[in-house]
Design a protein around this ligand. Structure first.
Ligand code: NAD
Ligand code: WQD
Length: 344
């Protein structure tokens, strides 16, 4: 039982809830720990509805070590997936201490408690943001990281380093870690029962698109069409959230089965395909048969021009590959928005 149970910190959130579903689908037990600072119970309820499993939920702040210790005392699990973090890039620049405190402390507490309780496997939610504006494309896991341009990005680099050093030092106790560097996660579960719930004005492209289509926002601004790219807009690697969730299952299974080549491993989780902002907007319009109100606006400060993943390492070593088409992903994003807004 213990070996097959996974603690999902931040499991009430967007990626965590989708991952909880895929873990359960793969026959693993899930315990969700979240303080609902950027989510509500609808994510957990959605997971329960989709899977038919009464997933345990603990409302706890991972930064509160004493409270968090109780979760380790109460539940037997050998594996942890750590999603719990703040993720708004702009806010992290305005209020760095909020980000350093939450993102670093929660992660350090997990590592400490895993050691204290002899729990072994951890997957950390990292980000393609660690590459910055890369000199070579697509980026491989060996592509050098660039100095972070936001405190958020810096917390991802620092947590990667904390994990690397901890595994190097405590690997003898059995500690293993995998950092998954997500590219741009988008879309929702095909049931439309779980998805992304941005608070306030969305900063990310797809939630802004779906809210514009729903009439919540008046007009999408395409930030720049004068970049040195085929159509002038930025290029990204948009990864379907269910595909991303499945990468976590494979990573956890790899550790449970003791198949890691090294104690600490890093994998890019993307599609390997570069998609422009305008291409994404056009695809959204086509597959959902609607017209989106959008205009070209000035470049957004801080945006990298282009980044996409070399996925060979994840494909070959992890045995994972993105499967869902961009068409289906953008259909699911719209279905989710309609579900949230009660449209149709
Ligand atoms: P999310 O905000 O939907 O989920 C994060 C969850 O963690 C939320 O439910 C929040 O309430 C919880 N949380 C935050 N701090 C906590 C704490 N101290 N204790 C307990 N719970 C806490 O975000 P998401 O998009 O699902 O992202 C999950 C992870 O993936 C984050 O670490 C994020 O940085 C990382 N990531 C996200 C993206 C993206 O574009 N969504 C890209 C790369 C990496
Ligand atoms: C995508 C493209 C925008 C909004 C961010 C974080 C990154 C990671 C994922 C966590 C860009 C353009 C956007 C809009 C637009 N998160 N855009 N109009 O910036 O690639 O990555 O989220 O780790 O760290 O930085 O994602 O969705 O904000 O933007 O034209 O209203 O869409 O300029 O080219 P980004 P995004």
């Amino acid at each position: 039982m213990g070996k097959k149970t996974v603690l999902v910190s931040g499991g009430a959130g967007y990626i965590g809830s989708h991952t909880a579903v895929e873990l359960i689908n793969a026959g693993l037990n899930v315990v969700v720990a979240d303080n609902l600072s950027n989510s509500d119970m609808s994510g957990v309820e959605g997971v329960r509805k989709i899977t038919g499993v009464d997933v345990p939920f603990i409302n706890v702040d991972c930064c509160d070590k004493e409270a968090f210790r109780k979760v380790f005392e109460e539940y037997e699990f050998d594996s942890v997936i750590h999603f719990a973090a703040f993720k708004a890039v702009g806010e992290s620049v305005a209020d760095p201490m909020k980000y350093y405190r939450n993102n670093l402390l929660s992660f350090m507490n997990i590592i400490d408690l895993m050691r204290e309780f002899g729990r072994h496997n951890i997957v950390f939610s990292s980000s393609a943001t660690v590459y910055g504006e890369a000199d070579e494309l697509p980026v491989t896991e060996q592509t050098p990281r660039k100095p972070a341009t936001s405190s958020y990005g810096n917390t991802k680099q620092m947590c990667e380093d904390i994990l690397r050093d901890s595994v190097a030092a405590y690997g003898g106790e059995g500690l293993k870690g995998i950092a998954l560097r997500y590219f741009n996660p988008i879309g929702a579960h095909p049931s439309a029962l779980i998805g992304e719930l941005p608070r306030g004005v969305p900063q990310n492209l797809v939630p802004f698109i779906t809210q514009t289509a729903a009439g919540v926002r008046e007009c999408l601004s395409v930030f720049g069409d004068d970049y040195n790219t085929p159509d002038g807009s930025c290029l990204r690697d948009y990864i379907d959230v269910v595909d991303l969730a499945k990468a976590h299952v494979v990573a956890i299974q790899r550790m449970i089965d003791d198949k890691c080549k090294e104690g600490y491993e890093i994998f890019n989780v993307g599609t390997g395909r570069a998609v422009s902002v305008l291409e994404l907007v056009n695809t959204f319009e086509r597959v959902n048969e609607l017209k989106l109100n959008y205009k070209v606006a000035p470049r957004r400060p801080g945006d990298v021009v282009m980044i996409w993943a070399d996925t060979a390492h994840a494909n070959e070593e992890l045995g994972w590959k993105a499967e869902r088409s961009l068409d289906d992903t953008l259909r699911s994003a719209w279905a989710w928005e309609k579900h949230v807004r009660g449209i149709e």
